[in-house]
Design a protein around this ligand. Structure first.
Ligand SMILES: Cc1cc2nc3c(=O)[nH]c(=O)nc-3n(C[C@H](O)[C@H](O)[C@H](O)COP(=O)(O)O)c2cc1C
Length: 264
């Protein structure tokens, strides 16, 4: 027998069909009251849209019960201008204060990334946070050596970096690494989105980040580096961010290329 997915409070349901319209897999039909197809429980992504979109609080989803969804605070909605300014003013930070990032702050930031979209709501991203100074130094050295050996063409980009010993991790106190199971097909995309959430959440918490692209490539190519990071067997590093308190604040927003758009 099919497992029940939705519990409908018939006294609240207005049969407006919103739950049915927002379900990504079209699992909910409107009979007397909303109900799911035979395979509804198995096929449900547990995205929670049916519960979250119902204005009447009329349904609960057994995979993601109503009590687990958060109320949406209208009083916290930022203005359009403040969102635009916030997005435009995120910068890659490459100079950091000598100040440790408290674990609970990093946890708060990574917690925000739980709401990043992921393919089929797979939520496949896991994290490694490097905070030991000696490991940061070792990773810097290993990756710099890899860069020298494998990417000699890059060398000229770094001849002017003031501290040549820190071209990979820039003296950041922490490194946040995003991984998924190696065979998961959307790993690059889901990690990039989650890392973007991390960048913005870090900024909102007074921290700065910079994508550690060179370290990521080195960790993907070199087993010693991924082992030093503690990447489990069968997992792949898709991206990493340096994290720390910015040494400088920026006074202006540099401009960027106009959007290239083709309207069809
Ligand atoms: C995938 C990716 C890899 C990157 N890798 C590095 C890196 O290894 N080192 C670095 O200093 N910056 C790195 N960056 C930062 C870019 O240089 C930066 O985003 C760009 O110059 C624009 O500056 P902004 O982020 O302040 O707008 C990377 C950015 C991305 C998206």
């Amino acid at each position: 027998m099919a497992r029940t997915l939705l519990d409908i409070d018939q006294s609240k349901c207005r049969k407006d069909g919103i739950c049915s319209a927002v379900c990504p897999r079209g699992l909910i039909s409107l009979q007397e009251f909303p109900e799911t197809c035979e395979e509804g429980y198995e096929l449900c992504l547990a995205c929670g849209h049916c519960v979250a979109a119902c204005p009447h609080g009329a349904l609960s989803n057994r995979k993601l019960p109503q009590g687990q969804s958060l109320p949406l605070r209208q009083d916290l909605q930022p203005s359009t201008d403040s969102v635009v300014q916030f997005l435009r003013s995120r910068r890659s930070i490459r100079t950091f204060k000598e100040k440790a990032v408290p674990r609970d702050t990093t946890e708060k930031i990574l917690d925000c990334a739980r709401w990043a979209p992921s393919a089929s709501n797979s939520q496949p991203v896991s994290w490694i946070v490097v905070e030991k100074p000696e490991l940061m130094k070792r990773l810097e050295e290993l990756a710099a050596q890899w860069l020298k050996d494998e990417m000699p063409g890059y060398a000229r980009f770094f001849t002017h970096v003031p501290n040549q010993g820190e071209i990979i991790l820039r003296g950041a106190p922490n490194l946040i690494v995003a991984l998924t199971a190696a065979q998961y097909p959307w790993g690059d995309t889901d990690c990039a989105i989650a890392l973007s959430y991390v960048e913005l959440a870090a900024k909102a918490n007074g921290l700065g980040t910079c994508w550690a692209g060179l370290l990521t490539r080195a960790a993907q190519a070199n087993r010693t580096i991924s082992e030093s990071l503690g990447v489990p067997e069968g997992f792949k590093v898709h991206g990493a961010l340096m994290l720390g308190y910015p040494l400088y604040s920026y006074a202006r927003i540099p401009t960027r290329n106009e959007a290239t758009i083709k309207w069809e």
